[in-house]
Design a binder for this molecule. Structure first.
Ligand SMILES: [Mn+2]
Length: 246
């Protein structure tokens, strides 16, 4: 009998200046779409808040079967040896440190990793790739990659690369996705390969060489999963990969 997979979702941090009772209160949180998508896929979602103690982060990873890297702030350009471009948006360096340590621990423990949006970019940067600090700086940039509302509607197409895990999950040549990224992969990291491209050539998904499931996607399948059964397949596959055999 197989267990249910516990999926750790990397947490975000914000200061809520609009809180009625305690303005300026600090929050550890994730957008609820991640929680819902994992639950819908049959997994057990838990939120992993940002901490700095490496031993605590290692314990966080030990307590889960799979790691979902959620979206959020821009990654500090220092992490890929660049200075900030004027179009760079807010960064949160201690979250970068946290995410990089989570990735390191999950890889060491051979636990599946799914990076979404910033999560994909964190994977790419950690392994030596870099980013366009804003999509407008990309030579490929001819499509709208920040779509506006509604969040769950697909607005651009991606072509899936033959023979990749992603293509194997969706079993089709192309799918339509939502899009909410102002940054994008420039140089892909060594040891990774692209598994989906937008029609303008932008990298929309990456996978890591090897047997472990390490995948990043640039769009937000978690926002679509409840209404688009196709998108739920990605989470079902990830959750299935994460189920421990004991
Ligand atoms: Mn896009």
């Amino acid at each position: 009998m197989k267990n249910k997979a516990i999926i750790g979702i990397s947490g975000n941090f914000a200061v809520d200046y609009n809180h009625k009772m305690v303005p300026g209160v600090e929050k550890a949180y994730v957008f609820n779409y991640y929680v819902e998508a994992i639950a819908l896929a049959g997994g057990v979602p838990v939120i992993l808040p940002i901490v700095s103690d490496p031993k605590a982060i290692k314990k966080q990873v030990e307590s889960v079967d799979g790691l979902l890297l959620s979206g959020g702030h821009d990654i500090t350009p220092f992490a890929y040896d660049q200075e900030p471009h004027p179009l760079l948006q807010d960064v949160l360096p201690r979250r970068d440190d946290f995410d990089f340590k989570l990735i390191e621990c999950a890889l060491e423990a051979k636990k599946p990793i799914l990076g979404i949006c910033r999560g994909m970019q964190a994977l790419n940067v950690m392994f030596g790739g870099d980013l366009y600090q804003d999509v407008s700086l990309a030579k490929e940039y001819t499509l709208k990659h920040v779509q506006g509302n509604p969040l769950k509607d697909p607005t651009h197409t991606i072509d899936l690369v033959e023979g990749t895990r992603l293509q194997n999950i969706f079993k089709t040549k192309s799918i339509r996705i939502n899009t909410y990224h102002h940054q994008a992969i420039h140089q892909i990291a060594d040891g990774f390969y692209p598994s989906a491209f937008a029609k303008d050539g932008m990298i929309e998904a990456i996978e890591k060489d090897g047997d472990s499931f390490v995948m990043g996607v640039q769009w937000h399948p978690e926002m679509m999963a409840a209404e688009h059964p196709t998108m739920l397949k990605l989470f079902k596959f990830f959750v299935k990969e994460s189920i421990s055999e004991t």
